[in-house]
Design a protein around this ligand. Structure first.
Ligand SMILES: Cc1ncc(COP(=O)(O)O)c(C=O)c1O
Length: 436
């Protein structure tokens, strides 16, 4: 299902899920927490509650002379090289497929990167159209729509439902809309559902973007948190498409690719990564964009004019984090434990699908807003109603209405108590028929 709307900048707060959640809960007295210290349990935000490795503080200290310097917006050579090396290793890319000097840009988190990208792409329309279109999944991370509003684009949302495998199928978008599309986002693993796009889905989207000449943003900030199989990147698929075009085959080491002037393997694609989820370092504000050289350069210009840049000591810590895998494996194992607990505790009464990626549980509770209020009122548990991450159609309904999103971001022992409390409350609600 497709909805179309212009997001009025005056009403941007209506699209900010956390503002809406605050308004929903502010007059409801908070219930007694299941925790001994009576602490409120906040599962509404995707903010990992474990600490990043201790070496982060050490690296920042070592690079502390950098505090007096304005950072170059592009990123330090060390940071860009570490990012390129990580991409090569993680996705088996040939050396120089990602050239740090051309295809990479350091950003203070994917949020800022996404915003600057939307602003850049939508304010530089490549097509002769009065209203550039921005294609986004529904539900989605609110910054996509916020950025489209800032750039006065028309937002066209494509539903991601159980039937569509919780991902939007952009190949169903009518041609007249695709012809006006300047920018499109695919989040994989997706927020809020944790769905992972297949190689074919990614390739189809790259082909669609090239056919209709729009930029496609692949938000891969949850790529390192997965249940069993490591999610694929659009960069791998871009390589495969390019190899197919020149009649090369993918090899185990993939050393046989060279950029040539006939095809640009990274054309039309931008891939976003961040240390916020991978390394539990949301406060560090450190990530990068990889992809199409022309757009990387233009986004860099936007950042040079209006961006904050990533402080040099932060990039030093980021460099080390991209080089370390141990802490990432530990994080992944912890999220797996949390999902196993969720399945065990909530799975008897609810259909709990452990997502392929990410750390959020997208739970069908019948009426997400009512259940959110109840969890707060009964046990001081804050969750995000799916409706607040979704866009309603003309009848006022959205694909998120039945759901709540639980970010399983605490330690398993803490999560267990929270989940037991949620299970009890959901049972009570079911008994009185609120969620049907
Ligand atoms: C889908 C998605 N993209 C991007 C972000 C932004 O993360 P950061 O800016 O910390 O990298 C988030 C944060 O929750 C997210 O859920």
């Amino acid at each position: 299902m497709i909805t179309r709307q212009f997001v009025d900048r005056q009403n941007l707060q209506e699209f900010h899920p956390f503002t809406r959640l605050r308004a929903l809960l502010e007059d409801i007295p908070v219930g007694r927490s299941c925790l001994q210290d009576g602490q409120v349990i906040n599962l509404s935000i995707g903010e990992p509650q474990t600490q990043p490795p201790a070496f982060v503080a050490e690296e920042i200290e070592k690079a502390s002379t950098g505090w007096s310097k304005y950072p170059l917006s592009k990123g330090t050579p060390d940071y860009l090289e570490a990012s390129a090396n990580w991409l090569e290793k993680r996705y088996n890319l040939p050396e120089q497929f990602i050239d740090p000097t051309k295809h990479l840009l350091a950003v203070p988190g994917t949020r800022e990167g996404l915003f600057m990208t939307a602003l850049t792409v939508l304010s530089t329309p490549q097509k002769d159209t009065q209203a550039p279109v921005f294609l986004t999944p529904n539900p989605c991370y609110h910054v996509y729509t916020g950025a489209a509003a800032a750039a006065a684009a028309e937002v066209v949302t494509v539903s991601a439902t159980k039937e569509s495998g919780y991902l939007p199928d952009y190949t169903t978008v009518p041609e007249d809309i695709l012809e006006r599309t300047e920018l499109c986002v695919l989040c994989s693993p997706s927020n809020p559902e944790g769905a992972v796009a297949t190689p074919q889905q990614i390739k189809d989207l790259i082909s669609l973007a090239r056919k209709y000449d729009f930029v496609v943003v692949f938000d891969e900030c949850y790529a390192e948190i997965y249940n069993e199989t490591a999610p694929h990147s659009a960069l791998e698929m871009a390589l495969e498409i390019a190899q197919d075009m020149v009649g090369e085959t993918t090899t185990e080491t993939n050393t046989n690719f060279s950029h040539n002037s006939q095809i640009d393997p990274l054309a039309n694609i931008l891939v976003f990564h961040s240390l916020s989820k991978r390394s539990s370092a949301a406060g560090l504000r450190c990530g990068f964009i990889a992809g199409d050289e022309k757009w990387i350069s233009m986004i860099n210009t936007t950042c040079q004019v209006g961006g904050a840049g990533v402080p040099i000591p932060v990039q030093a810590a980021g460099t080390r984090l991209w080089q370390d895998e141990e802490h990432v494996k530990e994080n992944r194992a912890r999220y797996k434990q949390n999902f196993d607990l969720a399945k065990k505790i909530l799975g008897q009464a609810h259909s709990v699908e452990i997502p392929a990626g990410g750390f959020c549980l997208w739970l069908d509770v019948g009426n997400g807003i009512e259940v959110t209020k109840k969890l707060w009122q009964e046990a001081g548990i804050r969750v995000m109603p799916g409706a607040f991450m979704s866009h309603a159609n003309s009848k006022g309904t959205s694909p998120g209405d039945r759901y709540i999103r639980l970010a399983l971001v605490y330690d398993p022992s803490f999560m267990e108590q929270a989940l037991l409390s949620i299970a009890n409350i959901l049972k009570e609600i079911k008994d009185i028929g609120v969620n049907d």
